[in-house]
Design a protein around this ligand. Structure first.
Ligand SMILES: *[C@@H]1O[C@H](CO)[C@@H](O)[C@H](O)[C@H]1NC(C)=O
Ligand SMILES: *[C@@H]1O[C@H](CO)[C@@H](O)[C@H](O)[C@H]1NC(C)=O
Ligand SMILES: *[C@@H]1O[C@H](CO)[C@@H](O)[C@H](O)[C@H]1NC(C)=O
Ligand SMILES: *[C@@H]1O[C@H](CO)[C@@H](O)[C@H](O)[C@H]1NC(C)=O
Ligand SMILES: *[C@@H]1O[C@H](CO)[C@@H](O)[C@H](O)[C@H]1NC(C)=O
Ligand SMILES: *[C@@H]1O[C@H](CO)[C@@H](O)[C@H](O)[C@H]1NC(C)=O
Ligand SMILES: *[C@@H]1O[C@H](CO)[C@@H](O)[C@H](O)[C@H]1NC(C)=O
Length: 254
């Protein structure tokens, strides 16, 4: 009995403090650091009420769990300009990251691979560059990943397809080249695959006809070649497939 108390009281106190005004927890200092590296307009005025005087949980765009740890960072369409700091990888309970429609540039730091709770990541409409990092494969809880409309180059790593819970993968409007890896067949929940406007080439791998969850496949404006196999009939949930403006010749004859 005494033991139970001595453990639960400090946890409870921490939780209470973090839900009220002054919780200088690690997540808060990470986000203040992040803010210090970002500008948003010529006057360099941060557009949000992020201040060390109030709990991080009460800041615009932030959601916390019951323990006062940050679980969501929603900062879409705020014209933010800067790089994605490696220390964001310390927000270890983050499950939602939406920074769509800003001007983040530079590479994605590998420390983000520590965001093991991440379920949704929307970095669409930014200017991120470099390769799409293979460590995305470590984010096995991720269900939604959009890198639409960035400056990513290089090929699609086969390691990415370890994201076994992924339902949406959107890499449209980048500068990706090379093949679509046959490991695409390892994504048992994939519903939406969007690759429109890249420079991807070679035939679509046969393994895709194993992804029975697939509903939408968009290959438009690429250099894919070959033909679509008649095994496409196995994909009973497929509603939309786009192959225009590629070198795909059509559906394989019977
Ligand atoms: C910050 O702004 C949000 C609305 O954007 C509001 O809900 C929140 O209460 C504000 N927090 C503080 C500490 O003023
Ligand atoms: C991210 O935020 C934008 C703007 O509010 C929204 O349109 C988009 O759907 C969000 N992304 C996800 C995956 O919810
Ligand atoms: C990803 O996971 C593998 C295997 O667990 C590990 O060796 C690697 O260091 C991880 N990558 C990153 C960037 O954390
Ligand atoms: C991203 O690509 C666009 C279009 O090619 C280019 O105008 C822009 O300068 C690039 N941005 C960065 C940060 O590389
Ligand atoms: C489809 O899945 C089955 C069962 O896992 C496997 O044996 C087969 O090789 C896969 N087909 C392709 C083309 O990857
Ligand atoms: C699709 O269906 C055909 C015909 O029923 C079958 O031979 C094939 O193994 C199935 N799987 C794939 C991945 O094409
Ligand atoms: C790649 O495809 C585009 C159309 O999407 C086409 O204009 C271009 O000529 C193709 N390039 C090669 C090398 O086939």
């Amino acid at each position: 009995m005494a033991n139970t108390l001595s453990f639960s009281v400090p946890i409870l106190l921490t939780a209470l403090l973090c839900m009220t005004v002054t919780c200088f927890n690690e997540d808060q200092s990470v986000l203040l650091q992040f803010k210090a590296h970002i500008t948003s307009n010529p006057l360099n005025v941060w557009p949000y009420n992020w201040s060390s005087a109030t709990s991080v949980c009460h800041w615009t765009g932030i959601s916390c769990g019951i323990n006062g740890r940050v679980t969501a960072l929603n900062l879409p369409n705020m014209n933010l300009y800067g790089t994605i700091l490696p220390s964001l990888g310390k927000l270890s309970l983050l499950s939602v990251l939406n920074m769509s429609g800003n001007s983040f540039h530079g590479h994605l730091p590998s420390e983000l691979a520590n965001l093991q709770r991440l379920e949704l990541m929307d970095l669409s409409h930014n200017e991120l560059s470099g390769g799409i990092p293979p460590w995305f494969g470590n984010l096995t809880k991720l269900q939604y990943l959009s890198l639409y409309g960035n400056n990513f180059t290089g090929s699609i790593s086969p390691y990415l397809f370890s994201m076994i819970n992924l339902e949406t993968m959107d890499f449209s409007h980048n500068f990706l080249q090379g093949s679509l890896p046959h490991e695409i067949g390892n994504l048992p929940k994939l519903k939406i695959l969007r690759l429109r406007y890249n420079k991807l080439s070679n035939p679509i791998p046969a393994a895709i006809y194993n992804v029975s969850s697939l509903e939408v496949a968009d290959f438009m404006f690429n250099n894919f070649s070959g033909s679509i196999s008649r095994n496409i009939g196995n994909l009973t949930k497929l509603r939309e497939i786009y192959v225009a403006h590629t070198d795909i010749g059509g559906i394989e004859a019977c």
